[in-house]
Design a protein around this ligand. Structure first.
Ligand code: ATP
Length: 234
């Protein structure tokens, strides 16, 4: 289980997380929804060790990871897929996927995961030798997720995977997120697309101005009038 306990984080003198607490259960999809600037990305960056919280703790499977370096956190099985995809545009799909596995020594496991990733994303198989930068936004998002899977993470932190994608592609991305969960991975998903996120999450949290203000099952929050009004555009 991932436990985030009362984290506070700042940029310069401006505190943007004011004691954020939540949990993400192993093997489940947990989502954090909220408006622009609410603190979603900052929260993920704290878990990945990119930003250090001034207060609070982050525990993964009972171990305190709050002060670990990003590289140590990666080695503990935690992988961040940042907003905006960030594939290597001048490398082929194949090279991008290889990069995802570069710290791994288990050649057999890497081969197995590559097979699985190409099964999960048939488009990456078709485009295997193509430069990543020449692919569509949706394809690059699939590649970013595929590359992250090549590290064989246990916990995947996904920052707005649906951003900028056509609705039909968004559906595909969520289908894949579900399949990844079925493989036993733990997913913490940050989204502005609240309807999709709540429809797919076991548990959900609403973050507003650096604080968690609501939580419940995805279904509960979908039916919550406050959430409907503020986030579902009804
Ligand atoms: P978005 O969906 O727009 O990415 P978010 O919920 O992920 O929003 P954050 O990116 O975590 O929000 O931002 C939280 C607050 O911190 C915002 O007020 C933002 O302006 C501020 N902030 C984020 N990054 C920086 C930075 N590098 N320097 C200064 N302030 C920042």
């Amino acid at each position: 289980m991932l436990v985030v306990e009362g984290i506070k984080a700042s940029y310069g003198h401006t505190e943007v997380l004011h004691g954020v607490s939540f949990t993400a259960e192993e093997g489940k999809i947990t989502t954090l929804i909220g408006a622009n600037g609410a603190g979603k990305t900052t929260t993920l960056n704290c878990i990945a060790g990119v930003i250090k919280p001034q207060e609070g703790r982050i525990l993964w499977k009972g171990q305190d990871i709050t002060t670990l370096k990003p590289s140590q956190i990666v080695r503990m099985g935690i992988s961040l897929i940042p907003e905006g995809r960030h594939v290597f545009p001048q490398m082929t799909v194949a090279e991008n996927l290889e990069m995802g596995a570069y710290t791994r020594k288990d050649k057999e496991g890497v081969r197995r995961d590559l097979e699985w990733v190409l099964e999960l994303f048939p488009v990456l198989k078709t485009r295997y030798k193509q430069l990543a930068g020449t692919m569509s936004g949706g394809e690059q998002q699939m590649l970013a997720v595929g590359r992250s899977l090549m590290a064989n993470p246990e916990l995947m932190l996904m920052d707005e995977p649906s951003m900028g994608l056509a609705p039909i592609i968004v559906q595909e991305v969520f289908k894949v997120i579900h399949q990844i969960k079925e493989m036993g991975k733990t997913i913490l998903l940050v989204e502005q697309n609240a309807t999709m996120a709540l429809n797919h999450a076991h548990h959900a949290y609403v973050i507003e101005l650096g604080k968690i203000v609501l939580s419940g099952s995805g279904r509960e929050l979908l039916q919550n009038p406050e959430v409907e009004k503020a986030y579902l555009g009804l």
